[in-house]
Design a protein around this ligand. Structure first.
Ligand code: FE2
Length: 300
């Protein structure tokens, strides 16, 4: 019996602990820089475009109330991600999925945290055995999306469930504690495979303004991509400068582009015969001869 399983035995019935616990499932993994949350099956009951609500169970729904909080982090294990979307759906107290209830989306706040209230998900039969209680999650930011499930320590249905008993699910089996009002509390942090460097550029996205959205990967080795947004069609001119202000790559792009998002290649070895060596560079974007934006990138 490992430590997790031992802790299980006192998971329920604890009271007077002041509600929220602070818990980070994979503290050791963070030290090892291997924090990324693992995926799990989608299951057949996902419905896209759930409403943005943080009370998932309908008023008066039977079951034990539960509050889940957490923080969504980037792949460096510590940068928080504001405005990520946490899409949650789960079974009702009787183990059934409903089309309109027990599902909703929440955004992470400026400090990367999210929370929602519902009732403790019920169990349902999968073949001959019950699936353990679980919340289904889809967590997304920018073009990264993780589909996964959150389980609960002490659930006797975990060992017979092929997904919850997988070693990859260990960090997603969370403890819950009951407060003096009979409400369960759990913390489920999510570590998304999002590069911290793109978070600020994605968040600053303003559809009224032409801009460089991101350069990725960054650092890059020999090639990468530039994502641009043009609020309106215009003659777009991209040039690269070194940190001393010397132009090192002219006319990377020099043409009229239509309104919208554009994905362009960035090669350290350009077709124009220019080779960028390892270093720090500035990509400058002009539209209709005006400097619109600039972004730093690194060639490693
Ligand atoms: Fe399910």
């Amino acid at each position: 019996m490992n430590n997790n399983r031992r802790k299980v035995l006192k998971w329920v019935g604890l009271s007077g602990l002041g509600g929220l616990i602070t818990w980070k499932a994979n503290a050791q993994a963070i030290i090892n820089n291997e924090c990324l949350s693992t995926d799990d099956i989608l299951g057949p009951f996902y419905v896209p475009n759930a409403p943005f609500i943080d009370q998932l169970a309908p008023d008066g729904a039977p079951g034990t109330p539960i509050v889940i909080t957490g923080t969504v982090y980037a792949n460096d294990c510590e940068t928080i991600i504001p405005q990520a979307v946490v899409d949650v759906w789960h079974a009702n107290d009787g183990g059934g999925y409903e089309d309109t209830h027990y599902r909703g989306r929440v955004n992470t706040q400026v400090n990367g945290t999210y929370s929602f209230q519902s009732i403790f998900p019920g169990k349902y039969l999968n073949g001959a055995s019950f699936r353990p209680r679980h919340f289904h999650y889809k967590v997304s930011f920018d073009d990264v999306e993780l589909t996964t499930q959150i389980y609960f320590q002490g659930d006797t249905s975990i060992p017979s469930d092929p997904w919850a008993s997988s070693p990859s699910a260990t960090d997603r089996i969370i403890p819950v504690m009951e407060d003096e009002n009979g409400v369960l509390h759990g913390v489920a942090d999510i570590y998304l495979d999002v590069d911290p460097l793109i978070i600020n550029s994605t968040l600053k996205m303003d559809r009224g303004r032409s801009q460089i959205i991101k350069i990725f990967p960054n650092p890059l080795q020999t090639s990468g991509q530039i994502e641009l947004f043009l609020a309106k069609s215009g003659h777009t001119h991209l040039q690269v400068f070194d940190l001393s202000g010397k132009k090192v790559m002219a006319d990377m792009v020099n043409k009229v582009l239509p309104q919208g998002e554009h994905l362009l290649e960035l090669q350290s070895n350009s077709r124009l015969g220019v080779k960028l060596t390892a270093g720090i560079y500035i990509l400058q974007m002009r539209v209709d001869h005006q400097i619109i934006d600039a972004m730093r990138f690194i060639i490693s």
